[in-house]
Ligand binder design. Sequence first.
Ligand SMILES: [Zn+2]
Length: 302
Amino acid sequence: MTDWERVRRLMGDDSLSRLGRAHVAVIGLGSGGGFVALSLAMSGVGRFTLVDMEDLEAVNLTRHVADSRYLGWNKAKVMADLIRHRNSDAQIRIIADDITKHPDALEGVDLVVVGVDGEGTKYKINDLCLARNLTAVYAGVYARGEGGDTCVIHPYDGPCYACWAAELREGLGDQPGEELDYGLIQENGTLKGEPALWIHVTRVASAQADLALNELLKGARPDFPANTLVMANAPLEIVSGQTTPAHSGVWVNIARDPHCMVCGDRLRMADQAMSLDDLADMMFSAPPEQDEDSAARRLEDE
Ligand SMILES: [Zn+2]
């Protein structure tokens, strides 16, 4: 049995009980998602649906909470095992597959943590969450780990992920499921940012886990100032003309786009919101122009 006494004294009975009853789905259990899942379990979250179709490979070991003892295991099973060794009371459901093949797995879930890298996959998860009115916490790490962002998406109350990405991403930049290039994959790599990659990934993941905890404990903790935190691991120009120093961040509130192709009012009222496949076809054939006036911009390619 996990001994929660010290946590209970700090947090109080009510908050710890709330977390113990909370059911969080973590989709994508790589370096970021695995760290978030473990962190939430160590904070007292009691119920998990863990989703990942991939196995842990040798190349993952330098940036994953699991070590070589888990090589060849499915990542959802890896994380279930690690969580049970931290929180023996945790109830865990494992989906060792693509979430889009198991949308019913999200029934009864209180919050979704999105740990996948591919923007296309994030759009699909956005669709699943909107259909079920599920709040989701997303995160992204920029090239070489120089920075990253995390945001909370409440369906139809603020932006959906598509509205959000239209402001802070260049739309669907990669194919669904494609792995993000952290800048390590070029032939000779580049030293800028790399030695601290694991630290920088988990720093963003740590903020993502904190946003998730705040959602689960709404009312018991002060609200964060905006729906998005953009973090600088190295000095970054997050707001145009200003350099944000390393190890600091900027809170940005992204608004819902009433004309959004996924959650827009007109489409919603007509009950004919664009299907995901239609959206993906459109986005891939004609990437949207980047809004140069947006408060924060894509930082990967300087
Ligand atoms: Zn939207």
